[in-house]
Design a protein around this ligand. Sequence first.
Ligand code: SF4
Length: 463
Amino acid sequence: MLNYTPKEMVEREALVINPCKTCQPVGALYAALGVHGCLPHSHGSQGCVAFHRMYLTRHFKDPIQASSSSFTEGASVFGGGSNLKTAVKNIFDLYDPDIVAVHTTCLSETIGDDLNALLIDITPTLSEGKYIVHANTPSYFGSHIHGFFNMVNGFMKYLSVSTGTSNGKLALFPGWLNPGDYRELKRLMTQMNVPFIMLPDTDGTVDTPTTGEYTMYEKGGTTIEEIKSLGDCKSSLGIGLTISAPSVGFLDKKCKVKGDTIPYPIGIDATDAFILKLQEFSAEEVPASVENQRGHLVDMMVDTHQYTYEKKVAIYGDPDFVIGMMALCLELGMIPKYCITGTPSLTFEQEGKSLLEKYGVKEECKVQAATQLNTTTDLFLLHQWIKNDAVDLLIGGTHGKHIARAEDIPLVRAGFDVIDRYCHSYFPVVGYEGAMRMVEKITNALMDYQDSHCEEKDVEMVM
Ligand code: SF4
C-alpha cells in the first residue's frame, strides 16, 4: 500500500499525510470516561461524535458511549445554545448520569458558542446531586492530548475545592494510558502505602468484565466526591511531562496544592523515579515485592541484551509515550533512530535529546514533534526517513503497519491507537511489570524476524 512513498524528500508546509495524532475531543471523551457515572457529551454535529466513539471503540474493543448536541444547519447559523439545553434535559431524563462532561468541536468553536455562559443558564435547572462540566476542545489546535488535559482541568475547574483541611492524599494525574496501566499505577501506589486520588481512571469503565448484566455506568472511574477532594490533597504528581504538567499547574493555581511532574514510568529509570516519588510521599521503605519485580526486569534485560543491543528503532505516537519508550529502548542498548509525535509539545525534543546525551548515543538520531506552525511531523515523513536509512524495528500504533509491511520491518504495537489487535489495553507498559512485557515483545519481534528471514542453514532450535 505504501510501496510508492518516494525516497526523495520535498519540503512540505501545509500538507499532512497519515498524521500521528487525532483530534482534541477524542482526548476529552477519553478523560470523561474515567469519571464514575459520567456521560461524555459532544457539543457539535453527530458526525464528530460518531467518529470519536468509533475511534475509541476500535482501540478498547468495548462500546464507548457519548451523547451529542446534534447540530444541523440551524445550530450552525444561530448557535448551539438551545440544542445543548434540550440535550442536557434529555440526557438526565433518559440516561440519568451523575455528571455530564461537555466538550466542544470545531464547529461549535468556530461559531463561537460560549459554553461558560450557556452552563451558567443550564446548571440551576439540574436536580440536586447532578453536575455538568465543560472543556473547550477546538481541534484546529493541538491534538487529543490537549483535549485530554483540557477535560481533566475542566473537571477540576467546576468541582475541586480547597476546604482548608488536608485529606492527606496524593493527587495523581496519570496521563493518557490504558486501563491496564492505570491498574498497575494503583497497584504500585497501594504497595507503597500511598493514599491517593487518581484522575482520570478508566480501569473498570472501558474494560468492564462480562457479567451477563447490562449497566449504563460501570463501577470504575474517579468519583465526583474524589474530584472535589483533589483540592484538599497534600501534594500532586503528574505522570507525563506534556500531558500532565498543565493539570499539576491548574490544581496548584486553583487550590494551592503543590506538585511535580515526571515522565511516564516506562523502563527502569523512569519507574525508579516514580517509586522514589511515592517513597518521598509515604516515607516508608520500598517493599520487597517491588524490589523483586525490579530484579526480574533487570534479569530479563541481561538475558535478552544480545538481541536488542545496537538495534535501530523508530518510535512514534503520543509525546510522553514516545519519550518513555525511547528511555526503555536506550536501557536495552537500542538506538532510537527516529522518534516522532504529531502532538505539538515544547518538552518533547528537549527530553528526547537529553536522553540521547545521557546514554552517549553517537549515531545521528532524529527527535521531532509537530508544532502549531509545522504539523508535517507525520508518518509519511517517518517513512521517508526510513527509506533513506532503515531501522530494525518499529514501535507504535496500528497506523505504522503499512510502513512495516512496505519496508519489511517488524512492528511492536503499543501506545494509542492499536485498532488491529486485541487485549492490549488490559496489560500495562508502565512500571517494572509493563517494562517486562515490553522487553518480551521487543525481543520476540526481533527473534521472530531472525527466524523467518535467515537462511535455512542458519535456523537455530535453541536461541
Ligand atoms: S470536525 Fe473537528 S471535532 Fe469534528 S471530528 Fe473533525 S477534527 Fe474532530
